[in-house]
Design a protein around this ligand. Structure first.
Ligand code: UDP
Ligand code: MG
Length: 312
């Protein structure tokens, strides 16, 4: 007699100050998951919240062993939180989503159906982003700029919600870099990719943690982790300036030979000096961004630090 093993799905959910969403999220996702003929676990990764988020998750974990919690020691950023969740997940399928119910839990069965068609990764694409005009504009500029500078081809309307299989997860875990732009790594892994259009909702409660400065640092991570284009731009501009000044020098030399008597102005000299020292500083800065990243990588520090595990 053969034993049929049920498949299992692991939800990976990073949480950071989400006390207003967590109870509703658990209620809605468990309601959906229980209707499926598949085992499940919901792995929450607390990224250093100091509100009641952890308390509420632990309360639910007492009655449901499928609810699991990794408490990171302090705020280490969403990419690290998600990575720690992936390394603890035991499912055949892993599904990342946010707890703010922007990506609706009732899409979970659709994601499972889609990946069962034989994909390794199925990422959600938002039909439309329910967000303020400024936020939508920011994210449009962000993705355009990023794709140009990084050479990646990430769809502008990519959602957080995505599902991938064990093979894909294992490949992801081989990436050991400290500074990690998850979307970039996912694209870099490649394999068989599909996508699913989903309806995005408003945030259930609480507010977005990705303010402008966090978005900016995410963009910098993405650019400097995935591209050498900034370095190439610096070299290109340097080369143009060098050729320009050579031509300028030759012109001055010829004018002198022709006994043209001209007075070089103080203002233009100052302008050139400040302009070029500015450019030099910018380009040194660009090189320093890469060196800083190399420094961070060569130290090979552990990726995350965990305070406590529940049901794991
Ligand atoms: N998050 C996290 N660590 C952080 C910031 C955010 O784990 O340092 C989580 C947060 O709890 C949320 C998710 O990342 O579940 C996405 O954040 P948010 O909804 O604020 O961003 P938005 O959807 O507005 O881009
Ligand atoms: Mg959100």
């Amino acid at each position: 007699m053969s034993i049929i093993h049920k498949k299992k799905i692991s939800l990976i959910v990073a949480v950071y100050f989400e006390e207003d969403c967590i109870t509703q999220f658990i209620k809605e996702t468990e309601a959906v998951l229980k209707t499926l003929s598949i085992d499940y676990e919901i792995i929450f990764i607390d990224d250093g919240s100091t509100d009641n988020t952890v308390l509420l998750i632990k309360e639910s974990a007492k009655t449901s062993p499928n609810i699991k919690l990794i408490e990171l020691s302090y705020n280490q950023g969403k990419p690290i939180a998600v990575s720690s969740g992936i390394s603890y997940a035991t499912g055949h399928y892993l599904l990342c989503m946010d707890p703010d119910l922007q990506d609706p839990p009732n899409e979970i069965p659709n994601f499972i159906a889609e990946i069962e068609k034989g994909y390794d990764l199925v990422f959600g694409l938002r039909k439309e982003k329910r967000d303020s005009f400024i936020n939508r504009l920011q994210s449009k500029i962000f993705w355009r700029f990023l794709n140009k500078l990084s050479g990646l081809q990430i769809p502008e309307n990519i959602a957080v919600m995505r599902i991938f299989n064990r093979k894909f997860a294992n490949k992801f875990l081989e990436y050991s870099e400290q500074s990690r732009f998850i979307e970039g790594i996912f694209m870099h892994i490649g394999m068989k990719r599909g996508s699913l259009l989903i309806e995005q909702q408003e945030r259930f409660a609480g507010k977005s943690k990705f303010n402008f400065s966090r978005k900016k640092s995410l963009a910098l991570d993405a650019i400097f982790d995935f591209s050498e284009i900034p370095l190439k731009i610096a070299v290109k501009i340097g080369a143009y300036l060098f050729v320009g000044s050579l031509i300028f020098l030759i012109c001055i030399f010829i004018s002198k030979l022709l006994f043209v008597d001209f007075q070089a102005g103080w203002a233009s000299i100052i302008c050139f000096i400040t302009l070029f020292s500015g450019l030099q500083l910018i380009f040194t800065g660009i090189a320093a961004m890469y060196i800083g990243r190399i420094y961070k990588e060569v130290k090979k520090r552990p990726l995350y630090s965990i305070k406590e595990l529940t049901n794991l």
